[in-house]
Every structure is written in structure tokens, then in C-alpha cells.
Design a protein around this ligand. Structure first.
Ligand SMILES: CC(C)(COP(=O)(O)OP(=O)(O)OC[C@H]1O[C@@H](n2cnc3c(N)ncnc32)[C@H](O[C@H]2O[C@H](COP(=O)(O)OP(=O)(O)OP(=O)(O)O)[C@@H](O)[C@H]2O)[C@@H]1O)[C@@H](O)C(=O)NCCC(=O)NCCS
Ligand SMILES: Nc1ncnc2[nH]cnc12
Length: 289
């Protein structure tokens, strides 16, 4: 279907279907963005022996039903414990759908968490909203205790304990500051200075990586991996960003450095998907959309 016809059909869809379609699109566009440091992209698997682009696309599609169900559950519901626990149950069902589609590989657990909460927040706002407002609503939901939340022991929760960082839960409880106040402004600034859309999205990813305590990096490569990612991303931005020859060289050097450490900024990739979702809902449309 031509892009304009697809956009018109999306606009006419019921809100839960539209929000789910935008969330899936954000996941696919994140995965396809190339070249990303040590992440799955059009070039290959990055630092992941068990992931590739086809699997990421399948995983994104498998989450469509969970996103739509979360939007449905949140529409008109008070932001209280009952909704939080309903979203938790739908999130866990979404994880099962993801694992069934990927043969047991964790592709998008962190992304489902972030986008699921933001989809619910957007649904509560009637289907759209500014990034800061959606982040604040998502935070309210994330701060509520879910009695059925998974017990500790995940890679992320172990990294949070060991390195005393906030992790995916802390990011959500704070209103997704690395998406709302770091990645999204970086995307807009890069567009405003004339970077192409691909380079602008890569710069948004680099801005997130430069600041985030990513537990995927910490679990795989400890503080050495985290610091290599943060410093390398800041250096690529300082060199001019992904749209300039110097910045692109620094980005590819960062890719090589992280691959050598087997380190992957998976949490930063999840938050870039959150930025793309927020941008589609409350930001300015990128050129050509
Ligand atoms: C709150 C949950 C996300 C669980 O969080 P927790 O920290 O306990 O568990 P993890 O399973 O480790 O998932 C956290 C993932 O979040 C991403 N992330 C990391 N740092 C941050 C950060 N600072 N801010 C935001 N997000 C962050 C990251 O996701 C990416 O990494 C995943 C790959 O990780 P892993 O499986 O460890 O894989 P590998 O390193 O490849 O391992 P090996 O190869 O070595 O085996 C990948 O998915 C990326 O997306 C973190 O990993 C949440 O799941 C939860 O509580 N869910 C319950 C349901 C619920 O309540 N839902 C509410 C509505 S949605
Ligand atoms: N593109 C990507 N590569 C590896 N892990 C990811 N987690 C989310 N997006 C990812």
C-alpha cells in the first residue's frame, strides 16, 4: 500500500489498533535503522549470536495484540492498582507471545515494558499527547506495585543490585527521561540542523547511549562496557554526529569497540523505539510522512 494510503487507513482505525500499529512500527524502524553500534540492524546481528533482523521483525509483530489489549484496558480506566495489575498480566502474556514467536529468545522484553506503559498512557490521553505528558502518565502506572510482578533474578535486576543503577524499572518510574528529555530533543535538534532522518535517529540513539545506565551493557560487559558505550557515543556526537564523515567514523569505531567487548546497548535501543513512538504521536511528522 502507498505510504499516504497506509497513513489514512491508520488514522481511521480504532485507537487501540492505531496505537498498537505505531508501537510495532517503532520497533521495526528501530531494528532496521543502520548502522547502530553492536545492535541488530540491516548489516547483521551486532553483538548478539541469537538475534537477527528477521527475528526482530517477527517479535515486533507478535507484540501487536498485547499493545492493542493494553490500550483497550487503559481507555477510560482510573490509573490505579487494578489497571497496573491488568497491564502487568497483559505484559507477561505479551512476553509469552514474543518468546513463542522467537523460539525462546528475548528480543524485546525491555521494549515491551517501555512501549506497553506508553501505549497505555496514550490511550488514557485519548490516543495522542505530548511526550512529557505521556511519560508522566506512564510513570504513575509504573510506580504502582504489581503483586504479581516477576521475582528478582533477571539479568537487569541483578545488574541494578550489583552496580546500583535504576534500570528499566527506574527509568519508567521517572517518566522515561532518557526518551522524553534526551532522545526526543536530540532527534528534533538533528532534524533542525538539517541531518537526514536516518542520521537524526542515529544521533538520538547516541544521545541516549551517552547518558543511560543500560543494564544490558552492564550485564554483558560490566562498567568497562558501559563506559566504552557512554564515552564512544559522546565522542561520535562531539565529532558532528552520524550525518558527518567524522561522526560516522567515530560511530563505526564505537561499533567495533563494543563488538570486541561483546557489549550491546539493548536498553538504549528500546528507548529509541520509545522516542520514535512518542514522536509519531506528539511530535512533528518527519519529512515525507
Ligand atoms: C521491568 C521489566 C523490564 C523487567 O526488568 P528487569 O530489569 O528485571 O529485567 P530484564 O529481563 O533484564 O529486562 C530489562 C530490559 O530493559 C532494557 N533496559 C536495560 N537498561 C535499561 C534502562 N536503563 N532503561 C530502560 N530499559 C533498559 C533491556 O532490554 C534490552 O535488553 C534485552 C536483552 O537482555 P537479556 O535478556 O539480558 O539478553 P542478553 O544480554 O542478550 O543475554 P544473554 O545473551 O547473555 O543471555 C532485550 O530485550 C532488549 O530489549 C533490559 O534487558 C519488565 O520485563 C517487567 O517487569 N515485566 C512484567 C510485565 C509488566 O508489568 N508489564 C507492564 C506493562 S508493559
Ligand atoms: N536492534 C536491537 N539489537 C539488539 N537488541 C535489541 N533490543 C532492542 N532492539 C535491539
Amino acid at each position: 500500500m502507498p505510504p499516504l494510503a497506509a497513513a489514512a487507513r491508520l488514522d481511521a482505525s480504532p485507537v487501540p489498533d492505531r496505537l498498537a500499529a505505531l508501537a510495532v512500527r517503532a520497533l521495526v524502524e528501530e531494528a532496521e535503522l543502520t548502522p547502530k553500534p553492536a545492535l541488530v540492524d540491516r548489516r547483521g546481528r551486532g553483538a548478539h549470536h541469537d538475534l537477527d533482523l528477521a527475528l526482530m521483525r517477527r517479535s515486533a509483530e507478535a507484540l501487536r495484540g498485547a499493545f492493542a489489549a493494553m490500550a483497550e484496558a487503559a481507555a477510560g480506566a482510573p490509573a490505579g492498582l487494578a489497571l497496573r495489575e491488568r497491564l502487568g498480566a497483559l505484559g507477561r502474556a505479551g512476553e509469552r507471545a514474543m518468546l513463542a514467536a522467537t523460539g525462546g529468545v528475548n528480543t524485546h522484553r525491555g521494549a515491551l515494558w517501555a512501549l506497553g506503559l506508553l501505549v497505555a498512557a496514550a490511550s488514557q490521553e485519548g490516543g495522542a499527547g505530548a511526550p512529557a505528558a505521556l511519560g508522566a502518565r506512564a510513570a504513575m502506572l509504573a510506580r504502582l506495585p504489581d503483586r504479581f510482578a516477576p521475582a528478582a533474578g533477571s539479568h537487569g535486576s541483578l545488574a541494578c543490585l550489583r552496580f546500583r543503577v535504576a534500570g528499566a524499572r527506574g527509568e519508567a518510574r521517572a517518566g522515561f527521561p532518557h526518551a522524553v528529555a534526551v532522545g526526543w530533543p536530540a532527534l528534533r535538534e538533528a532534524r533542525a540542523r538539517g541531518a537526514g532522518e536516518e542520521a537524526a535517529r542515529l544521533d538520538a540513539l547516541l544521545a541516549i547511549m551517552a547518558r543511560l545506565d543500560d543494564t544490558c551493557l552492564l550485564h554483558r560487559a560490566g562498567l568497562r562496557g558501559l563506559h566504552a558505550a557512554q564515552r564512544g557515543a559522546a565522542a561520535a556526537l562531539a565529532a558532528g554526529g552520524a550525518g558527518t564523515p567524522e561522526g560516522r567514523r567515530a560511530l563505526l569505531a564505537l561499533d567495533a569497540a563494543l563488538l570486541a567487548l561483546r557489549a550491546s546497548p539493548g536498553g538504549s535501543a528500546d528507548l529509541l523505539a520509545a522516542v520514535l513512538f512518542l514522536d509519531a504521536l506528539g511530535g512533528e511528522p518527519p519529512p515525507g510522512r
